[in-house]
Write a protein that binds this ligand. Structure first.
Ligand code: GRG
Length: 310
């Protein structure tokens, strides 16, 4: 299917660095446009802080997964960048709140002061909450641009906000906070991380499939891929927290140990954790093969997720 006029071609055979750069370019343009209209709409310091939180430079892994999943199932059209931006907005909210003193209490994020450090705790708290309906607006605008049926928008919204809620990210974070200072079993840790980190990554893959109006069997394969790669992402994060520097990570290294969190490294050692992440990445790709989803860019991103250095 030819790409409509105005859409730049998707670099399916590109390297991970190129896929992420493409996702950054497309998503950041969307986020910048929303930030410039929302900052005056909200006004004052809160408007500025919302813009700060939306525009801090992330790797855009979730956005890249949305784009790759969409193109893997034959989806076409520039509107998908809005779906990617909606996912990154939910992610941005989670980072703002995660860094607050009542949660992980951190000063550095994406190489910059966290939102509550740059502004203040009350403003950052408001901004986090405001970003959730902003994500809904971005998703709804993206669905209109893609020209999908209202039912498809409903499925996308259910997927994104269930993944971001008690059954996913909020539930996982809650368990994670309750587990500070306690030793978890591997099974308990997997439950925490499939929720806290994995749910939004899984939803990124599923959303690409739904937006591309793929048949159920292919959407299910993308969901299974996302589930395994989401957990692998968090295992890699645990490894990086003890092997990377704050400068490389753009956030405070060694935070898990400082907060006495159970991690994969603690349970499996660094090499064991790396092996587990790699096994999950291999299994993730098998789901795509079984479901008949061309794995190209998704395979590249899976490889990146388990070998990344930041
Ligand atoms: C009310 C209990 C409760 C929770 C609110 C704060 C929150 C919801 C959830 C926290 C979710 C969270 C921050 C999980 C960690 C995910 C993670 C590994 C983030 C880092 O992702 P990267 O490396 O970051 O993709 P960049 O900056 O590149 O986007």
């Amino acid at each position: 299917m030819p790409e409509p006029a105005g859409a730049s071609a998707f670099p399916a055979a590109a390297s991970a660095a190129e896929l992420l750069a493409d996702a950054r370019e497309r998503t950041d343009a969307q986020l910048a446009s929303w930030a410039s209209s929302l900052a005056p709409e909200i006004g004052g310091r809160t408007g500025q802080a919302l813009s700060y939180a939306l525009l801090t430079p992330g790797k855009r892994v979730r956005a890249a997964l949305v784009l790759a999943a969409f193109h893997a199932v034959g989806g076409r059209g520039p509107g998908i960048a809005g779906v990617a931006a909606a996912v990154e907005t939910v992610h941005a909210y989670s980072l703002v709140h995660d860094d607050l003193p009542c949660m992980d209490d951190d000063d550095l994020r994406r190489g910059r002061p966290t939102t509550h450090r740059q502004f203040d705790v009350a403003t950052a708290t408001r901004v986090g909450f405001l970003l959730v309906p902003v994500a809904a607006r971005i998703l709804s605008a993206a669905a209109a641009e893609l020209g999908v049926a209202p039912e498809t928008l409903g499925r996308m919204a259910a997927e994104l906000f269930q993944a971001g809620g008690i059954e996913g990210m909020v539930g996982g974070q809650w368990l994670d906070l309750e587990a500070e200072g306690r030793s978890l079993t591997l099974a308990q840790l997997m439950t925490v991380h499939r929720g806290k980190t994995g749910a939004l990554i899984r939803a990124s893959c599923t959303l690409g499939g739904i937006a591309g109006e793929a048949p159920a069997v292919r959407v299910a394969a993308l969901t299974a891929f996302g589930d395994d790669i989401g957990l692998a992402f968090q295992i890699a994060d645990d490894v990086l927290d003890c092997t990377g520097t704050s400068e490389e990570l753009g956030k405070t290294a060694g935070r898990d140990a400082a907060l006495a969190k159970s991690t994969y490294v603690q349970l499996l050692g660094i090499d064991g954790a790396r092996r587990e992440a790699e096994a999950l990445a291999r299994r993730a790709i098998e789901h795509l093969e079984r479901g008949g989803v061309p794995s190209g860019a998704l395979r590249t991103l899976a490889g990146y997720i388990v070998s990344r250095t930041s």
